[in-house]
Design a protein around this ligand. Structure first.
Ligand code: AHM
Ligand code: MG
Length: 354
């Protein structure tokens, strides 16, 4: 019976969303049907990452508490040694993927070298690279952080994977994505068929499709950069920033500034609202640097997502997806977001910094 104040009685009315709740498992499986020869291996890696994300999320929401409950500050109530959250996330991702026979090798931003699959486990056709907890300076102050992942096909033909398997161009990515641990936990990924976002419903412990086919809005709202370093930026980057702000008189639609200092969160906001995130080179430590962000763990996967969402990513001069990594922890200047804003950055750098 309808109630004038409360509206239809939810018990008597059929749920308009019934049958439309799409879990990440169902979605990934549906997408797999688009690849007739698919064996399900990639699908299963994505499940394993989603599971890792749930486990990491359950810990990030308790960040700080473990120490409070711990007796010595380094031990929690169960007597376990308290691990730093980024070490914990790193371990979960490795452990959930090391024994499945789906991967040839892994690499993590937390480790200097590649992470071989242990000798007693079988290997498989894919390569997984991850930044287990990006934005780690934000952990202690309860600000959003994220996990970034990148999946390639192995290049080596057999046995344990190699460094070369991990040093592939972003354009060869098979899948990439991130998890953001924020007001809610979201997993956003692409296998080259658009970008899709899932929100974790903590009451049922499932990622549910909440943002299908995400694209950068045509009219961007924000620019995001650590302007505290402006003094150390190149002339091109400084002038580009003035253009974004409308200061040089040529941009009639100045943008607002938002900077969290967690790239996943900054990227996510700009993906949904339109904008550009950049972390350029700077001369803080003397000579002009290559910025802070790492090509294989942070920039390439985000560039892949950006392109899939109708945006772009550049190091200021070329498409990030075309850069051949030379080493695992190589850093590059990074500009990512709406296509025209990235092109504009390249225009300024070509004019003033070449
Ligand atoms: P991390 O991998 O050590 O966490 O560093 C990467 C993070 C990014 O998430 C963020 O964009 C950047 O560092 C912030 O750096 P800064 O504090 O210099 O602005
Ligand atoms: Mg990082």
């Amino acid at each position: 019976m309808a109630n004038a104040v409360l509206g239809p009685n939810p018990i008597e009315t059929s749920d308009p969303f019934a049958g439309k709740i799409i879990t990440i498992e169902r979605f990934i499986l549906e997408k797999q049907k688009g690849y007739p020869g698919a064996t399900g291996t990639l699908t299963n890696i994505l499940y394993d990452i989603a599971l890792s994300a749930k486990i990491i999320a359950s810990r990030t929401t308790k960040a700080g508490l473990v120490e409070i409950l711990g007796s010595t500050g380094r031990e929690n109530v169960q007597g376990e040694v308290v691990q730093k959250l980024d070490e914990y996330a790193d371990r979960i991702l490795f452990k959930l993927n090391d024994h499945t026979g789906r991967l040839a090798v892994m690499a993590s931003e937390e480790h200097p070298d590649i992470l071989p699959i242990p000798a007693h486990y079988p290997t498989g056709p894919y390569v997984l690279l991850f930044d287990p907890l990006d934005g780690s300076s934000n952990i202690d102050v309860n600000v959003s952080i994220g996990t970034i992942f990148a999946i390639y096909r192995r290049k080596s033909l057999e046995g344990r994977g190699t460094l070369e398997d991990c040093l592939q161009q972003g354009k060869d990515l098979v899948a990439a994505g991130y998890v953001i641990y924020g007001a809610s936990t979201m997993l956003v990924y692409s296998t080259g068929q658009g970008v899709h976002g899932f929100t974790l419903d903590p009451s049922v412990g499932e990622f549910l499709l909440s943002h299908p086919n995400i694209e950068f809005p045509a009219a961007p709202k924000y620019y995001s950069a650590n302007q505290g370093y402006e003094l150390y930026w190149s002339e091109g980057v400084r002038r580009y920033t003035e253009w974004l702000q409308g200061k040089d008189g040529n941009n009639k639609k100045p943008l607002s500034m938002r900077y969290i200092g967690s790239m996943v969160a900054d990227f996510h906001r700009n993906l949904l609202s339109g904008g550009i995130f950049y972390y350029p080179g700077d001369s803080k430590d003397g000579a002009m640097s290559q910025g802070k962000l790492r090509l294989v763990y942070e920039c390439a996967p985000m560039a892949f997502l950006a392109e899939q969402a109708g945006g772009a990513a550049s190091d200021g001069y070329q498409n990030v997806l075309d850069i051949q990594p030379q080493s695992l922890h190589q850093r590059i200047p990074f500009f990512v977001g709406n296509k025209d804003l990235v092109a504009k950055a390249e225009e300024f750098l070509a004019k003033y910094d070449r």
